[in-house]
Design a protein around this ligand. Structure first.
Ligand code: GDP
Length: 425
């Protein structure tokens, strides 16, 4: 398999966790390369139903090494809690490593995230308040804390103190909040520092060794292409790149080593948080899709928030697959559409009196209206189907229509949340 990136082509929640859990059985390493515990994957396999937020989705295979690369935002408390929850649920101890160069989400990142959303009130971005935007801001301001810094108390105190010089001005003056000291912050982290130590490693060395040994590696993306800060619906994006291209940086993989990019595409649309969403449904059709979607309705795995729902958007998805550089597509949640007589698919946007196939910038997205083509529904349960040719003709036609419009092969079709509910084409 070589090196495969498995990434989202939409707004996130495409079922990447399910796909990675299914495909990791043949791999040696799974590496998260960006984001933190601000979003989640739901994984359902023979061992149970699990919500993963920070741990890579290869943790259900004891022979797979799961790494958090340097690009990940590591909340050490959340990492340990998630790990312990898995062990309590009876999962065999997974092999896990955290890059010594990854940076740590600090208690004040979460605090600033909350205070800023409060300040913005009705103009807020819909942050999950996990501290991710303040974390990445600090990283690029060069006042972040690397995992390796946690084990040198003197330097840690000095670095946090330096960051607090500016943070305390904001706390006192912008947010009218009590100021913080390095001592307070370290006291909050302290119970977790020793516990995290056994996981810390030089992931670059491990990756180089794995590449030399021709191991199979999966690079795991969080969220989707439309949440990428450069290519997505900025500013309603996340704060780290969600693209397979960034996996080279966030996991430490040479660009030429990635031979396969699987864009995970949802058979309809969903979106969490604020921002333009052209095919959004505001009526009963949206409520019905939400209640039938996912494995238990479309609600955020981390926040429990109801997801905004819409029909499949070819304009957005084609763009998402292109910016991901997809070499193949995994089309997920096809079974969810089985209740519909007819299935609308957005084929173009109407913008300023013209029709466009191309995904516009955020400001122009707000003015775009969907133009739909209506496809036939199949009205039968497809969750037990494992061969493409056994799908009802209308379901085959739906898949082929999307493939023909995006011009990237759909190699996988997911027909249920369980690891095994998968058609390989
Ligand atoms: P991720 O972050 O991309 O992994 O996606 P989430 O886990 O947040 O959301 C996907 C939801 O759909 C989860 O509840 C999965 O269990 C569920 N799911 C994944 N694939 C399928 C599928 O093919 N059919 C159905 N019905 N549910 C699926």
């Amino acid at each position: 398999m070589g090196v495969t990136a498995i990434v989202g082509a939409n707004w996130g929640d495409e079922g990447k966790g399910k796909m990675i859990d299914s495909l990791a059985s043949h791999s040696d390493l799974v590496i998260r390369f960006q984001g933190g515990n601000n979003a989640g994957h739901t994984v359902i396999n023979d061992q149970g139903r699990f919500a993963l937020h920070l741990l890579p989705s290869g943790v259900f295979y004891p022979n797979v090494l799961n790494l958090l690369g340097p690009g990940v935002a590591v909340n050490i408390k959340a990492f340990l809690e998630e790990y312990q929850t898995l062990i309590r649920q009876g999962i065999t101890k997974p092999q896990l490593g955290i890059s010594n160069r990854a940076q740590v989400v600090l208690p004040y990142h979460k605090l600033f995230d909350e205070l800023e959303e409060q300040r913005l009130a009705d103009r807020q971005f819909g942050s999950t308040k996990s501290g991710i935007a303040p974390f990445y801001s600090d990283k690029y301001l060069k006042i972040g804390i690397q995992v390796a810094d946690l084990f040198d108390r003197e330097s840690l105190t000095e670095k946090i103190g330096r960051a607090l010089e500016q943070k305390n001005i904001l706390l006192a003056n912008l947010y009218q909040h009590a100021t913080l000291t390095a001592k307070d912050i370290i006291a909050e982290l302290d119970p977790y520092i020793a516990q995290i130590e056994p996981f810390v490693c030089d992931t670059n060395q491990l990756v180089q060794q794995a590449l030399r040994a021709k191991k199979d590696i999966i690079l795991e993306g969080q969220l989707g292409a439309l949440r990428d800060p450069d290519h997505g619906i900025y500013p309603f994006t996340t704060s780290s790149s969600t693209l397979a291209g960034f996996a080279t940086v966030g996991a430490g993989i040479p660009p030429h080593a990635i031979t396969r990019i699987i864009a995970v595409v949802k058979a309809y649309s969903s979106c969490v948080g604020a921002g333009p969403f052209v095919t959004e449904l505001f009526d009963k059709a949206g409520d019905e899709l939400r209640s039938r979607g996912g494995d238990k309705g479309e609600y955020g795995a981390t926040t429990g928030r109801p997801r905004r729902m819409g029909w499949f958007d070819l304009v957005a998805t084609r763009y998402g697959c292109h910016v991901q550089g997809a070499t193949e597509i995994a089309l997920t949640l096809l079974d969810v559409l089985s209740y519909l007589d007819e299935i609308p698919v957005c084929v173009q946007y109407e913008l300023d009196g013209n029709q466009t196939d191309y995904f516009p910038s955020t400001t122009r997205l707000n003015k775009s209206k969907p133009r739909y083509k209506i496809l036939k529904g199949w009205k039968q349960d497809i969750t037990q189907v494992r061969e493409f040719s056994q799908l009802p003709q209308a379901a085959q036609d739906y898949v082929k229509f999307i493939e023909q419009e995006i011009e990237i092969p759909i190699r996988w079709i997911s027909v249920g949340p369980h690891r095994d509910s998968l058609i390989r084409r």
